[in-house]
Design a protein around this ligand. Sequence first.
Ligand SMILES: Cc1ncc(COP(=O)(O)O)c(C=O)c1O
Length: 368
Amino acid sequence: MDFIGRPVADLDTPAFVVDLPILRRNLARMQTAAERAELAMRPHIKAHKAPALARMQLQAGAVGVTAAKVSEAEAMVDGGVGDVFIANEVVGEAKVDRLATLAERATVSTAFDSVAVAGGYSRVFAERGLTLDVVMEIDTGAGRCGVPPEQAATLALSVSDLPGIRLAGIMAYAGAAYLEAGARGFERAAAAEGEALRQVADALRAEGYAIERVSGGSSPTGLHYRLDGGLTEMRPGTYAFYDMNQVDLGAAWVSWISATILATVISTPGRDRGIVDAGSKSLGTQVTPVSPGCGWVADDLGVVVGKLNDEHGYLDLRRAMRSYEVGDKVRIIPPRVCTAVNLYDELYLVEDGLVVEVCPVTGRGKSR
Ligand SMILES: Cc1ncc(COP(=O)(O)O)c(C=O)c1O
């Protein structure tokens, strides 16, 4: 069925709905913040996984995009994106081989944090007569991947003779920002991340490495980088949509949330309870316990999805401002939008209550 031009409420549910004017404002706000701090913008596509939205980000001024997986990067290149940074360690010959094939038709770079990972890239790329730009991942406090800053020079030296790769820069994942709350905390996290990376970059440059890219950033810190803060590029992702986790962290207002899940009330078994057709397979799951709930009705925020089964969401109606009847359609704010979008084949862009575009989520489920 063609939904273009039809009211949002006509959509079959559950559906992933994006308010286009809010999305545009989110992209413009973050792009402006990047430009104010003289940072290249390289948004992470994990939040939308849709080439059409990546193209909007490029149009807004991004220099390229970031992905976590080779298959996501492939989806972006297939969708017309010419420059993808995989900000993750790519391990295994099958994956690196696909990375090399991708590098033959797009500008590709990727991360490493060990000789083992860099050696894997080197073997495949050298054999195919290609050179891969690699970016050393530094752990500036997130405690995920990355070498400790003091080991960066040793690692750079260990990989410096490997054929088929070129050390293009350093990166960090600003996960520590998620332990902060509110603007002051994000400012602190942004400054600390930039300073830690600046010191590593300066030390490597002093050893003669051409560190062109110093990549960091997240949605919470993205609005808080200063000029000469140590980075050259930033990679926020969730900011395109935002979600309740970002609001509860103090990184966004509810009015900045552009993505909701349209769901239908299928049962009203009691005065205090309504059941919608969106459970964990439609709303996604939390990966951090930031927000106490599984979803919120966008225009009646006291109504929380308090519990999920696979295909059922439990609306807690005790604080409802209106009544809920079987057949009503409700827009639910997910706690974490990145895992929600991964459940949909398409997202619907809407403006003034009407569907204006249907965008395939071709990066959906691309975890290889
Ligand atoms: C490598 C990397 N870069 C950037 C980000 C920024 O994402 P967000 O916008 O969710 O803060 C993430 C988040 O998971 C990430 O893993």
